[in-house]
Design a protein. Structure first.
Length: 229
């Protein structure tokens, strides 16, 4: 039983500020991810890897094809789902750790992470957030401060703690270790391996060879499906 399946996916961007210029980026994209498997997207910068994650998450709509995510006993096709269905899928099944932290101004780091848990008492969510912040080596002195004041590496660890706190069945990772030192990189590898053991399906963009070799079970060469390749 697959957690994620892409078949025949194509995407073209319309450049409205350039007279409606059509910019095709992907065609006939296909790959699958099983529970407990991590698939890494490979290829040079600008080839469309981040766009694939956004297509899966529903930020972009594909022009053709299907993006099936397992939801209990059925599949949801993100390519055809309504905005309400996509939001429901994100709450229950689908997680996304982007390269950039998007946090509400003046909300402290602990609550920024705890906000990922909407289905449990607040204090329980904060306790679990504290444990996850500790796993990613975020000093306790920072927990009461807003993440906007943090360094890039600190913000990335807040982002990772938030992304991994809610236990989703499919998780998308966009350069999760780009701003991290070796110790914190190892912490990410440990958490990813733990989630795989729990049956989570992961799609990752990782340019660090050490991290990719440590977490990836399969590679998808995006250049095979990129129209600009």
């Amino acid at each position: 039983m697959l957690s994620l399946e892409l078949a025949g996916v194509a995407k073209t961007f319309t450049m409205h500020l350039q007279g409606g210029l059509q910019l095709p980026i992907l065609r006939n994209l296909e790959f699958t991810v099983a529970p407990g498997q991590c698939v890494a997207l490979a290829g040079p910068s600008g080839i469309g890897k981040s766009s694939i994650l956004k297509l899966i998450f529903g930020n972009y709509r594909c022009d053709e094809g299907s993006i099936l995510i397992r939801d209990g006993q059925c599949n949801v096709d993100v390519a055809q789902a309504s905005p309400r269905q996509i939001l429901s899928l994100r709450r229950r099944r689908l997680g996304y750790v982007s390269q950039f932290l998007r946090a509400v101004p003046r909300v402290c780091a602990l609550d920024t992470v705890a906000d990922a848990l909407t289905d449990m008492p607040r204090e329980t969510a904060r306790d679990r957030a504290a444990a996850m912040l500790s796993r990613f080596n975020v000093p306790e002195r920072l927990w009461s401060l807003p993440p906007a004041t943090f360094s890039g590496g600190e913000q990335q660890r807040i982002n990772l703690a938030r992304g991994f706190l809610a236990e989703k069945s499919v998780v998308l990772l966009d350069e999760p270790t780009a701003s991290l030192d070796s110790d914190n990189r190892d912490a990410v590898i440990e958490v990813v391996r733990e989630r795989k053991w729990q049956g989570v399906a992961i799609v990752a963009i990782v340019h660090d060879d050490v991290v990719r070799d440590a977490i990836a079970d399969a590679l998808v060469d995006v250049t095979r499906f990129a129209t600009a390749a």
